[in-house]
Write a protein of this length. Structure first.
Length: 277
């Protein structure tokens, strides 16, 4: 078991050896974690992430974006001298969207998201990377959404539409999980080190419930337009930042991913699974 291996490593070192694991030593304990332990650890991290996810998210795509256009010429006379100065002004231009997505129901209710660890495979480390496990996770959830969609052309508003509805999204995450002992403290802490290598958000279904005050065929046509906008703007906008945001969120929780050897051992089950973070 991982905790036992950690304690054996500690016992083999002199009492003064409290430095972090050198580069020329084995690649941590990632290779000594069983597949079941790796899966259970990742599943607990996924469940924790679901519980910590904010109930609501607000975003913008090109909202209030402007373009500089020519606004004429200003003439100025100074005695017999005539000078000109070109004038410019900023006007709103292009497709602009402001949106809000949230979990259905009350903010205090459990999140309706379902997270699943789909694949766990061992990977060897090298001089720059510890051995560990490559992980594939998938998370599916319903979301309510509302959006204001405006089209501007050089300062002239072509349309402004408010849309609300609900959708089903699926998040696929590929990552890497390793673990290692931190010898800066005695007894050493066990550090769980997850990293997201790629992430993508997919729209599985979208239903438009309301579009401003229009209905009938107009509403149906707008429903098709909204689905395209949600895919091209909302989903693509989130995907652009998703990989970095997930790793940033993990970095903020690094302290929660450190366990004392005693805590780790006490959290082991009969099958050798670690305690949930």
């Amino acid at each position: 078991m991982l905790a036992t291996a950690a304690l054996l490593l500690v016992a083999s070192r002199r009492a003064g050896a409290q430095a972090p694991l050198p580069d020329n030593e084995p690649n941590g304990l990632g290779s000594m974690m069983t597949s079941d332990q790796a899966r259970a650890t990742v599943q607990s991290l996924v469940d924790l992430a679901i519980r910590k996810t904010p109930h609501q998210y607000n975003g913008k795509k090109n909202w209030e974006k402007t373009k500089k256009i020519w606004a004429g010429v200003r003439f100025r006379r100074d005695g017999l001298k005539l000078s000109t100065h070109r004038r410019w002004r900023e006007v709103r231009h292009g497709l602009q969207t402001r949106y809000q997505v949230q979990f259905p129901g009350d903010a205090s209710a459990p999140r309706p998201a379902i997270g699943e660890v789909r694949q766990v495979r061992h990977c060897n480390g090298d001089a720059s990377e510890r051995s560990g496990w490559t992980i594939e996770c998938e998370l599916a959830t319903p979301l309510d959404f509302s959006a204001r969609i405006e089209r501007w052309n050089l300062g002239v508003q072509w349309y402004s539409v408010e849309v609300s509805g609900h959708m089903e999204i699926r998040l696929t995450v590929h990552g890497r999980l390793s673990s290692y002992p931190d010898y800066s403290v005695l007894p050493p802490a066990i550090v769980i080190d997850p990293t997201v290598t790629s992430a993508s958000l997919h729209l599985d279904a979208l239903h438009v419930d309301r579009i401003s005050k229009v209905g009938g065929e107009v509403a149906e046509t707008w429903g098709e337009i909204v689905e395209k906008i949600v895919n091209e703007i909302l989903i693509d906008d989130i995907n652009e930042k998703l990989h970095a945001k997930l790793n940033k969120a993990i970095d903020k929780k690094r302290d929660d991913l450190r366990f004392s050897a005693v805590d780790w051992m006490s959290g082991l089950t009969a099958t050798g699974d670690p305690a949930a973070p």
